[in-house]
Design a protein around this ligand. Structure first.
Ligand code: NOJ
Ligand code: CA
Length: 558
């Protein structure tokens, strides 16, 4: 089988003109409160990030994506924003932000910030004004307020369940109810309100003027809503397809009007600011709409993240997404881990999902990491192979802090140390996402393994020591050095956004070639295979006997 997939007629090498820098960039996600703590209060901060720019430069990433750093009560890890145009005083100041941008840019690293348009926090000045101004006021129209049902409006306007569990409507003192698709502290904006639209344009300009290179758009598929006077039930919502742009809440067609307006603002800058949509939609085709050049330009593709370590699944996902990106006029994105999911070094050490639609690793986390038994060695071996496969693909690679250390999920966080609302709203059902948000280990020892001088805000397990940066720095076989070498090679080799699948010796092996003779071979099976011809550039496993071991990837040059 030889299939050529060319995702864009024009070539877009990473080194190309500034306006296309993002197309094949390697983007490193920083969860700011868990990256590095400069002032020793146990919480990661912007100065901590600045102090680690040399680490990022040596790692070889093209850009950093910073999860929310805005003032926030942290009801949802910062995705509850009090003020979109400031820095949380707990983690820095606007001056610290400017210093961080300057340090990143001096190192040749771009910065993408997270923007959260679907909801603010309930401490946002507009929500406070909405509460004070009362029913029917223009202030209330910026959010989604409704009267309740029942004789005295004592029942919610609908029986909807929020994403973190619990009701999606909360009653305020004067009896009205407001909608929050996420936590109660995250009231949804009304995007039919012009103030809301204008304010986000102001925010886009505010950060773009400060040197930000792009935006990651949270819940991009949720902003447009169509809420009739009589609201549908949760059962009716669940039964409504999300495939045709007509669902009352998700992925509505008119959401794209918002992003077309954003694109005009983003294009006021030179180079244009980029944007990447977080859009959990029904198909690659629906996703491509967000990624079109007159909208956000790029959209996350979570398909690999949701797949098992399986050649068939990977083949299908890569082929589909390259084709869809071509239709959208975008480049595709790849991601295995982020701040919302169980880290892939852990997922791959658990039994495969086999297509079951469950949150991967949730059961294991709920058991405190005991059931089923985690195979750490297999998990890390597969994670290294999968990452090396992904870094060879056309498109942008999004990495999550700590994956370059082969970090696993932390399963034994005591209940009273958890922070994620998902954990509290759904006791015993949703383990929450704190296990992938534990502060990074920089050194083998010390109060918080070099994260800072105080105990970290989420407890770090003792096994972090052997995965610390210090422990891996000088070890040529370490995961950290695998990523460093791979990113450096990728920088040299990344070329036109196309690949050609080559014949492989079994269905468990994927082999593709990029236009310049760069080849990537991944053996998803457990038995070694004969190493295909070519100069070996890098491999995730030991090639000692001229074979490619099971569950490993090699890059070749021919
Ligand atoms: C997606 C973010 O990635 C997640 O962390 C957050 O909880 C929700 N959006 C709500 O903002
Ligand atoms: Ca701090």
């Amino acid at each position: 089988m030889t299939t050529v997939i060319d995702s864009k007629a024009a070539d877009h090498p990473a080194e190309a003109g500034d306006a296309t820098w993002w197309r094949q960039a390697t983007v490193y996600q920083i969860y700011p409160r868990s990256f590095a703590d400069a002032n020793g209060d146990g919480i990661g901060d912007l100065s901590g990030i600045t102090s680690r720019v040399p680490y990022l430069k040596r790692l070889g990433v093209d850009a950093v994506w910073l999860s929310p750093f805005y003032p926030s009560a942290l009801a949802d890890g910062g995705y509850d924003v009090d003020d979109y145009r400031d820095v949380d005083p707990k983690i820095g100041t606007l001056d610290d932000f400017d210093e961080m941008v300057a340090a990143l840019h001096a190192a040749g690293i771009k910065l993408i910030v997270d923007i959260v348009p679907n909801h603010s926090s309930n401490r946002h000045v507009w929500f406070q004004q909405a509460l004070a101004a009362g029913k029917g006021s223009p202030e209330r129209d910026r959010y989604i307020f409704r009267d309740g049902l029942g004789e005295n409006g004592e029942l919610p306007p609908a029986d909807w369940t929020a994403m973190f569990g619990g009701p999606a409507w909360t009653q305020v003192d004067d009896g009205q109810w407001y909608l929050h698709l996420f936590a109660e502290e995250q009231p949804d904006f009304n995007w039919q309100n012009r103030d809301v639209r204008d304010d986000f344009l102001t925010t886009l300009r505010f950060w773009s003027d400060r040197g930000v290179d792009g935006f990651r758009v949270d819940v991009a598929h949720g902003c447009a809503k169509d809420l009739p006077d009589v609201l549908p039930s949760q059962a009716a919502l669940d039964a409504t397809p999300t495939t045709d742009g007509q669902h009352p809440l998700w992925d509505r067609n008119e959401v794209h009007d918002i992003y077309r307006e954003w694109r005009e603002v983003l294009n006021e800058y030179d180079p244009p600011r980029i944007a990447v949509a977080e859009a959990w939609v029904a198909s690659a085709e629906r996703r491509a709409r967000y990624a079109s050049p007159d909208e956000l330009g790029q959209a996350f593709n979570f398909d690999l993240l949701e797949a098992d370590f399986d050649a068939g699944q990977f083949l299908e996902i890569v082929s589909t997404n390259l084709a869809e990106a071509k239709i959208a006029g975008s480049s595709t994105t790849w991601v295995f881990s982020n701040h919302d999911v169980v880290r892939h070094a852990t997922r791959y050490g658990l039994p495969p999902l086999n297509g079951r639609d469950v949150k991967q690793g949730a059961d294991w986390l709920l058991s405190g990491g005991t059931t089923p038994e985690l195979d750490i060695v297999t998990g890390l071996r597969r994670a290294r192979a999968a990452s090396l496969f992904m870094l060879g693909l056309p498109g942008s690679a999004y990495l999550y802090q700590g994956e370059e250390l082969g970090l696993g999920e932390v399963a034994d966080i005591p209940a009273d140390r958890h922070q994620d609302p998902a954990f509290f709203h759904n006791p015993g059902v949703d383990p929450g996402r704190d296990g992938c948000r534990v502060p990074l280990p920089w050194t083998r020892s010390g109060d918080s393994f070099g994260f800072g001088s105080a105990e970290a805000h989420l407890p770090q397990p003792s096994w972090f020591a052997r995965l610390s940066v210090e422990a891996q720095d000088d070890d040529p076989a370490s995961t950290l050095n695998l990523y460093r070498r791979a990113l450096a090679l990728r920088d040299e080799l990344q070329t036109a956004e196309s690949l050609e699948w080559l014949e492989s010796e079994s269905a468990d092996v994927l082999h593709f070639r990029r236009p310049n003779g760069w080849e990537v071979v991944t053996n998803f099976g457990t038995e070694p295979i004969a190493l295909p011809e070519g100069e070996v550039l890098i491999s995730s496993g030991d090639l000692g006997d001229g074979m490619l071991p099971g569950e490993s990837t090699v890059w070749l040059k021919n």
